[in-house]
Ligand binder design. Structure first.
Ligand SMILES: NC(=O)c1ccc[n+]([C@@H]2O[C@H](COP(=O)([O-])OP(=O)(O)OC[C@H]3O[C@@H](n4cnc5c(N)ncnc54)[C@H](O)[C@@H]3O)[C@@H](O)[C@H]2O)c1
Ligand SMILES: [Zn+2]
Length: 362
């Protein structure tokens, strides 16, 4: 059984451990990450708990932890303050102290919320993420962004709180619903486009694209490369004031499409559309060559994702200007000029509109 470790040197240091069958070794890994903890709040949700909770719980008990479980209803709708409040209550009732810890077991909804509960309980206790979805493994569980949604918008409340370890068992990806797997691939493609030519070559040259989910060996390579990419970026810019913004490639327009659908469209699918639209605009504005453009569009569609959307340029710009990520009256747009190289460009709303509208002319 191979296991890879990627060391993160952020404001606190930790390992991301990637391999097959790691949930069966959760006890010893969590013990290594939080040696002083006696009590663990094991947070999971209804879908994931059915599949992996018993294995993780029994291994934590074997490692000598006192385990309190907290299971919530799976889905983004649960990502709110009430669920976090129940986690705080469970820890308070069980007499948690500052050396005790939270272990999350699930996708990005679980890691975001359990991370936030840990960041805030007793002003901050440790959290270990056991990430089970592709999106959580390549993105959400890494980098320390935690939070919840408000009725007014997604991820409106949160904090930076780096985990003590991230455990990524690639076997877990076998049970992921196909559309959730494909959605996670949207973020993987993003790393290939913005910074990782080798990952692009691996994905592009892979023969059996529709069968990737069952090829754990290749998936492990892909997860590892994606994690290395995200770690490189967040190590350089932990608090999202510079290079971390390149991770938003496709996201500015993607978020508008996602919101317009009342979040019925998957995030990764909307990001794929956003990346395609920006690639089209880059070509129309002479900022990229046809070969790079075609490579971006072809890779997105060859993995079963859409590389465009009906949204008008006007709707994309006005939606983007309402997004929380805009700074002042300009907006940072991530462009890919060549595969593996991203650029952050500040545009005014008018400039962004002109940039997008040129697609209609060419
Ligand atoms: N903190 C960050 O930096 C960051 C980055 C990206 C996304 N996010 C957040 O992550 C969330 C999306 O993550 P997600 O797509 O993992 O959502 P999710 O946690 O809802 O998981 C997606 C679905 O897959 C199921 N699932 C998860 N693992 C499974 C497995 N191994 N087998 C079978 N089913 C499984 C879940 O029950 C759920 O139905 C959003 O809330 C988003 O805001 C955070
Ligand atoms: Zn994303």
């Amino acid at each position: 059984m191979s296991e890879f470790r990627i060391h993160v040197k952020a404001s606190s240091e930790y390992d991301v451990v990637i391999g097959e069958g790691l949930t069966g070794r959760a006890g010893s890994l969590v013990r290594e990450a939080v040696p002083k903890a006696e009590k663990i709040l094991l947070v999971s949700e209804t879908n994931v708990a059915k599949l992996f909770l018993e294995q993780v719980r029994s291994d934590l008990l074997k490692a000598g932890f006192l385990v309190t479980e907290y299971i919530f209803q799976a889905g983004e709708q649960s990502k709110n303050i009430n669920t976090v409040s129940e986690m705080w209550g469970a820890m308070a009732r069980a007499g948690f102290t500052r050396t005790d810890a939270v272990v999350s077991l699930g996708g990005g909804v679980t890691t975001d919320m359990a991370g936030f509960a840990a960041a805030t309980f007793l002003r901050g206790i440790k959290v270990v993420h056991i990430a089970t979805s592709l999106l959580a493994q390549v993105d959400a569980a890494i980098g320390g962004k935690t939070g919840i949604d408000l009725p007014e918008g997604k991820n409106q409340v949160g904090s930076f709180h780096q985990p003590a370890m991230v455990i990524e068992d690639t076997d877990c990806l076998r049970t992921l619903p196909e559309e959730k797997f494909t959605e996670g691939l949207g973020e993987v493609l993003k790393y290939a486009f913005i910074m990782d030519r080798d990952l692009y070559d691996l994905l592009e040259g892979y023969e059996n694209k529709s069968g990737l989910q069952s090829d754990i060996e290749t998936l492990t390579k892909i997860v590892r490369a994606s994690v290395e990419d995200k770690v490189e970026v967040i190590t350089e810019d932990e608090f999202d004031t510079g290079r971390r913004q390149t991770l938003n490639f496709g996201h500015t327009i993607g978020h508008v499409i996602e919101r317009d659908s009342d979040f019925t469209k998957d995030h990764g699918v909307c990001v794929a559309k956003g990346m395609g639209i920006i690639a089209d605009a880059c070509l129309a504005n002479g900022l990229t060559d046809k070969d790079t453009h075609d490579r971006i569009i072809d890779l997105i569609t060859s993995y079963g994702l859409p590389a465009g959307d009906e949204i008008t340029s006007e709707a994309a710009v006005s939606g983007a200007m309402n997004d929380k990520k805009k700074r002042g009256n300009t907006i940072s747009i991530i462009l890919v000029n060549r595969i593996g190289e991203a650029e952050i460009v500040k545009m005014t709303p008018d400039g962004f509109l002109e940039f997008l509208k040129r697609r209609d002319i060419t």
